[in-house]
Design a protein around this ligand. Structure first.
Ligand SMILES: [Zn+2]
Length: 220
């Protein structure tokens, strides 16, 4: 009986030790993973590095493009916004750098929303959409960018074109399921105001259009 207990205790202890080791190993691996997943020419806040990494990995073209992801107190009418850095606007377009501004909180019709509570896949879709804008900006000259800014501010139709282009880039880069998650999140979120949802419906690709695009890619 005593012998059995000893064996039993030994087994329990060794299981516990290996569990502890495994946990340690796991933590180490996680650290290592984060260290090795270095972003080139990117500045990314810790809170969103994982989502940003996944979104960026779908855009190999942006590997060398300097992008700074930055939290801001509030951005008008949206959670995120991609824009070229003013300082680099006149540089050669290959050397241009960009901001992706992310609202820490967003207030839509009196309801305050915290971006850190947004599910991961929704965040990936959102970041993927913003990277789509950067893909679109990349080929534009400085004059064209300026013209883009003016038209974006003054024409609903132009906003629609730009937003749909960004969504299309994201879907064509394999982020379709994330873009759909983002759309689902916005359109089915009871806390978000109907006027905001209507704006999203009006300006962005619909879920059906995204599904059709994904099907097209799969056929290719
Ligand atoms: Zn957009």
């Amino acid at each position: 009986m005593i012998l059995w207990s000893k064996t039993y205790v030994t087994i329990i202890i060794s299981i516990l030790i290996s569990l502890l080791n495994w946990n340690n190993l796991y933590a180490q691996n996680k650290m290592k993973q984060k260290d090795t997943l270095k972003f080139e020419n990117k500045i990314v806040p810790d809170e969103i590095w994982r989502e940003t990494y996944i979104a960026l990995s779908h855009y190999p073209e942006l590997k060398n493009t300097p992008i700074e992801f930055k939290f801001k107190k509030e951005i008008q009418k949206s959670f995120m916004q991609a824009q070229p850095k003013i300082s680099g606007l006149l540089k050669n377009k290959n050397k241009r750098s960009y901001f992706v501004l992310i609202s820490e909180q967003i207030e839509i019709e009196d309801v305050v929303f915290d971006v850190k509570n947004v599910p991961s896949e929704v965040l990936i879709g959102w970041i993927g959409h913003e990277l789509g804008h950067i893909m679109d900006y990349r080929d534009r000259s400085a004059i064209n960018m300026l013209w883009f800014g003016i038209k974006y501010l003054t024409s609903k139709k132009y906003i629609q074109e730009a937003e749909r282009a960004a969504d299309t880039y994201a879907v064509n880069h394999g982020l379709g399921k994330y873009i759909i998650a983002t759309k689902d999140f916005i359109l089915n979120h009871t806390h978000l105001a109907d006027t905001y949802k209507a704006r999203i419906k009006r300006l962005y690709l619909s879920q059906e259009e995204i599904m059709a695009l994904i099907d097209e890619i799969d056929e290719d």
